[in-house]
Design a protein around this ligand. Structure first.
Ligand SMILES: [Zn+2]
Length: 351
């Protein structure tokens, strides 16, 4: 009998949340936050984080009425260079724009229950859907084509344009690991830290035109391997796959978790039509089942090497020594603190 507890879903979801890479731990980029996490820091670290969070509570959403006086009232173009090496995984002529989150979406954001991973997903997607725009010439490209590993980056971009005033800055200061001088990390798209595939691998195996990785396992001594095409996991694919997984679990069907891990890479598209999606998945599952052990292990290695992995650290350049340094500070209160719109009225009661 199918177990319908939400925990079941979140376990599968965490599995899927990890499709961008091999990193099993919580990661900013994959938006996995669990306040009940046993790895949550304690003592001194916790105190530091509480101070860090305190700053987010004092953040004010920009609630101006549209008569505001700067560019942030409308769509703001994103410089593709801001994406760093991740830019190469989008077609060259795509243009990205963001706009500030509306009062409405901040309300939804603030009401979300951090412990409910399935709730979080829809709120994150809602923010991207309303506040990120992708254009290819005159054509509009759906937000669902955003690569999964860029989700948090785009959310932070939206945040950057939502909180206009400096007091919304989330800062954390600690001693530089290189020179011991204090260094301040500001939470934002530019301080997110990613692990990238080797550029020579990208140059050799990434097909810019077809937007897929083309790899011939026989070049690596995998005898029975056929040429594989691997597509980057996107938010849209991830959403459809999650829905499919939920339906499977609810229907009492067994989920092959290993296969689910490869699924977003093997599927070129994930149809919104359930029957079409079923046959798309069956097709790649047949392909997957034919893999020999050698092929399976090889593919494990490939995914590890072609994925961009969002790391659970922030990076910044130390002003004293000039070294790029990282910090492990996270958001124990959950990611919703990023968009908290603290009210201006006096608190009613203590709860
Ligand atoms: Zn330093």
């Amino acid at each position: 009998m199918a177990n319908k507890e939400p925990q079941d879903f979140s376990a599968v979801e965490q599995q899927i949340g990890n499709i961008g890479g091999e990193n099993d731990s919580q990661s900013l980029g994959k938006l996995k936050f669990d306040p009940m996490n046993p790895n949550a820091p304690t003592g001194e670290e916790k105190k530091e984080m509480e101070e860090f969070l305190e700053k987010s509570r004092s953040a004010r959403a920009d609630m101006r009425d549209g008569t505001g006086n700067d560019i942030r009232d409308g769509w703001v173009p994103i410089n593709r260079e801001d994406l760093g090496p991740r830019s190469q995984f989008y077609p060259e002529n795509w243009e990205f724009r963001v706009r500030p989150a509306t009062v409405e979406s901040i309300k939804n954001w603030s009401a979300v229950d951090d412990a409910r991973i399935e709730q979080l997903n829809s709120v994150y997607n809602e923010i991207l859907k309303s506040n990120v725009s992708i254009k290819n010439g005159d054509a509009t490209i759906s937000w669902q084509n955003i690569n999964s590993w860029d989700r948090f980056w785009f959310i932070l971009k939206v945040r950057e344009y939502t909180f206009v005033k400096g007091e919304a800055k989330l800062e954390h200061t600690e001693d530089c690991s290189e020179c011991g001088n204090p260094v301040t990390f500001t939470m934002g798209p530019n301080t997110l830290n990613f692990e990238y595939p080797d550029q020579e691998i990208v140059d050799k195996y990434w097909n810019t035109t077809d937007r897929c990785w083309v790899i011939d396992p026989s070049d690596f001594g995998v005898e029975d391997g056929q040429i594989v095409k691997l597509y980057i996991p996107t938010l849209g694919k991830e959403e459809q796959i999650l829905n499919w997984v939920y339906a499977q679990v609810q229907g009492g069907k067994k989920i092959d978790e290993q296969f689910i891990k490869y699924l977003p890479w093997l599927l070129k598209n994930a149809s919104k039509d359930r029957d079409t999606l079923d046959s798309q998945i069956s097709l790649v599952q047949r392909q997957y089942k034919m893999w020999s052990l050698d092929m399976f292990l090889f593919m494990q290695d490939v995914i590890k090497n072609i994925a961009v992995t969002p790391l659970q650290t922030m990076k910044t350049k130390c002003p004293a020594c000039g070294e790029e340094v990282t910090t492990n500070v996270q958001f124990p209160g959950g990611i919703k603190s990023l968009f908290i719109a603290e009210s201006r009225y006096k608190k009613f009661g203590t709860k």
